[in-house]
Design a protein around this ligand. Structure first.
Ligand code: PEP
Ligand code: MN
Length: 336
């Protein structure tokens, strides 16, 4: 079962309940840093005759186990999950625009971009230190040095950042710097990586595999949740289609479908879906209109010199113009 604590539950109330559960032999996973603390309690046979847990101070509700069901499923929790990334809540009815370069290439490139997107109203930064490249001979990312620059950009702008992790051996390193960890499309089915990010305390952004169904994507989220991490945001980023006119086909249907099937926030990455910048603004507007909780936008101060994904990157001034459009669409659909 899951015990949902009230948003205003005190640390003492949480600790007191955990102690009580431990004392009767229950295994408890505490998931803090979310809109509210969740206690994931197993070994239920030991709990028979105990409770009712709703009566304990600070408890809001108790969600019983659904046999064979998914914890990320709507049937498990009717209420929308709000995922907190540092000070930024995702899924609370406000628009979250995440912006920055595809890859951290240099200190200058990152700071220029970070300052510009912050000024335009982005609420989170993106930028990768580990890049999943098609060829092993192309730029693979700056690694730890890139993470250090991202932490500096966070200092400079006050915005939390998300960065990709490729290898289970790097999860701890990335989690020690990033406010949110991203699993890319190529790793959506990498179950050992999903379990590893599920075991740490940072929220996770899970991109849809480019050949994955919505059900497979949600099952991947369940792998993360099964290890105790319920801070998961789904990201639609386009699937492989038969039409080569854009890099991928952005599946906007997946947004309301995933929101019906799960209680997780859903975002859209029009930059990686399109692969070309002229499509980024129309797809981003459509994503907000269809009900996404936010979008991820690639921005680069000199896209022609970008080491990765230059053709899809917006210039800072193009990004600023897009932000004005997105605000209007958000207002129209009732997103703050
Ligand atoms: C990215 O966001 O930089 C990225 C590599 O995206 P995807 O995994 O969707 O290709
Ligand atoms: Mn990219």
């Amino acid at each position: 079962m899951i015990i949902v604590m009230r948003p205003d539950a005190t640390e003492e109330e949480v600790a007191g309940l955990v102690e009580r559960l431990h004392s009767i032999g229950a295994v408890v996973r505490v998931s803090p840093e979310r809109a509210r603390t969740l206690l994931d309690v197993s070994a239920e046979s030991l709990l028979e005759g105990e409770g009712p847990w709703e009566m304990f101070p600070g408890v809001e509700s108790v969600i019983p186990e659904v046999p064979g069901g998914r914890r990320v499923g709507r049937e498990f929790m009717r209420e929308d999950t709000v995922v907190s990334v540092g000070p930024v809540p995702i899924g609370d009815g406000s628009l979250v625009v995440v912006a920055g370069p595809c890859a951290v290439e240099s200190r200058d490139q990152l700071m220029t971009t970070a300052t510009a997107v912050t000024g335009a109203g982005a609420r989170m930064l993106r930028g990768d230190a580990f890049k999943p490249r098609t060829s092993p001979y192309t730029f693979q990312g700056l690694g730890k040095a890139g993470l250090e620059m991202l932490a500096e950009a966070r200092e400079l702008t006050g915005l939390p950042f998300v960065a990709e992790v490729l290898d289970p051996r790097d999860v701890e390193l990335v989690a020690s710097y990033a406010d949110m960890i991203r699993i890319g499309t190529r790793n959506m089915s990498n179950h050992s990586l999903l379990r590893e990010v599920g075991r740490q305390s940072r929220p996770v952004m899970l991109k849809r595999g480019m050949g994955a169904t919505v059900e497979e994507w949600i099952d991947a989220a369940e792998y993360v949740h099964s290890e105790g991490n319920n801070g998961i945001v789904l990201v639609e980023r386009g699937v492989r289609g038969f039409d080569g006119s854009a890099r991928n086909t952005l599946d906007l249907t997946a947004v309301p479908v995933a929101k019906t099937l799960t209680h997780l926030p859903v975002m859209v990455d029009p930059s990686h879906a399109a692969g070309r910048k002229d499509l980024v603004a129309p797809l981003a507007r459509a994503a907000v209109a269809v009900g996404a909780d936010g979008v991820l936008i690639d921005v680069h101060p000199s896209p022609e010199e970008a080491l990765v994904d230059g053709p899809q990157a917006l210039l800072p001034e193009e990004f600023a113009a897009l932000m004005v459009e997105l605000r209007a669409v958000a207002d129209a659909v009732g997103l703050r």
